[in-house]
Design a protein around this ligand. Structure first.
Ligand code: KG4
Ligand code: ZN
Length: 358
């Protein structure tokens, strides 16, 4: 494919990200402003607040990435920007700014699908990840299992019918008041829960059932596991009479029980997906790869479970480094690179590209 340098902009949720990546996969410059702590204090993302923070930071984030790359806009071939899926108000800020830069510097615009970007990031530093491959995306906003057929073609095998796993981790962590424990205050719900689970004595103490075992598809469900655990939380609170802001009794074992069942569920569904992909001839039997990405892919316990499934079914598992698993500008720029190389979705006439809701 042709060579080039692509600038990527990401504002789909609560991270304002920008990066410049070349067609060899070198990250020339990157910058990220996370709104994480602000939303943590609000007990969740409030879309108009996320939007205002994107608006406040977008210019600086882009300028910083360009400055760190030691480049000017003359050196950049195209601007890639997330246009879906995500919070519409947040997406709008990145899209407006990306188009503004394209107009100002006469560059082509590349609309990017956020999930496609998560999936393709693994190819940036690992040339062995070749199409077609299986990809599991687990984050605070998404949960899906798909076959990546080529740059712009994905076959969805399954998705969550309710919460995303990161969302379930966040809700459980909040209800268990993990934030009130000293070393946990700065962590995301998922990170806090993983740390707490590592301190458990008995991950089987709280019996939670694996959902959807009877369903012969590849969909996921996390809301039921969350409800089962929250029921246990109420029981413990009632029986022990705890003060309002102190941690729940049995908190570490509860976290471990929750993480274990979430992991077993994810592994079960992924194994089904692998078996289906094999039967349907979607994945070449001699080159089987599972890419795992998204914020919840940072969870080492889940990753260990998945690597066991991969071992058993002859898959190679590839997990991008944590900073590339969570939302960032690099993945958008890299998706731009993959499209630029093959000249897919590069628009000089871009004014009518809008946000679609899916
Ligand atoms: O990909 P991401 O940055 O944003 C979304 O697109 O959602 O993922 C953030 C999510 C949060 O829900 C967070 O709790 C979860 O990923 N997360 C984790 C871990 N680290 C982050 N979940 C489980 N275990 C972790 N170690
Ligand atoms: Zn994401």
């Amino acid at each position: 494919g042709r060579k080039g340098i692509i600038l990527g902009i990401e504002t789909s949720c609560d991270d304002t990200g920008c990066a410049i990546v070349d067609t060899e996969g070198n990250i020339l410059g990157e910058s990220l402003n996370s709104q994480h702590l602000i939303h943590l204090n609000n007990g969740g993302i409030i879309p108009p607040i996320a939007k205002d923070l994107h608006r406040k930071h977008i210019e600086n984030v882009v300028d910083e990435a360009v400055a760190l790359a030691n480049l000017s806009f003359d050196d950049i071939d195209a601007i890639a920007t997330t246009v879906k899926p995500g919070l519409p108000l947040s997406l709008l800020i990145g899209m407006r700014y990306g188009k503004h830069l394209c107009r100002k510097f006469k560059k082509p615009f590349m609309p990017i699908h956020h999930m496609e970007a998560h999936a393709l990031t693994a190819r940036m530093h690992d040339p062995t990840v070749q199409f077609p491959f299986l990809v599991l995306l687990i984050s605070g906003g998404h949960c899906l299992l798909a076959v990546a057929v080529k740059v712009d073609k994905f076959l969805l095998l399954g998705e969550s019918i309710d919460d995303a796993p990161g969302e379930a981790f966040d809700k459980v962590a909040r209800r268990m008041k993990l934030k009130n424990l000293p070393e946990y205050s700065q962590l995301s719900g998922g990170q806090a829960l993983e740390l707490a689970a590592s301190k458990a004595n008995d991950p089987l103490h709280y019996k939670l059932t694996i959902p959807m075992l009877q369903y012969k598809n590849c969909n996921f469900s996390f809301a039921g596991i969350k409800s089962q655990l929250l029921y246990q939380v109420i029981r413990e609170e009632k029986s022990k009479d705890v003060a309002a802001d102190s941690p729940i009794p049995g908190v570490y074992d509860m976290c471990a029980s929750f993480q274990l069942v979430v992991t077993r569920h994810i592994c079960h569904r992924v194994q089904r997906g692998m078996e289906y992909a094999e039967r349907a001839g979607l994945i070449p039997p001699d080159k089987k790869t599972l890419v795992v990405s998204g914020g919840a892919a940072c969870n080492n316990f889940i990753a260990k479970g998945l690597s066991m499934v991969c071992g058993e079914l002859g898959y190679k598992m590839v997990r991008p480094q944590p900073k590339l698993c969570t939302d960032n500008g690099v993945m958008i720029a890299w998706n731009g690179v993959e499209r630029w190389k093959e000249n897919i979705g590069v628009y000089t006439d871009f004014e009518n590209i809008t946000i679609e809701n899916n």
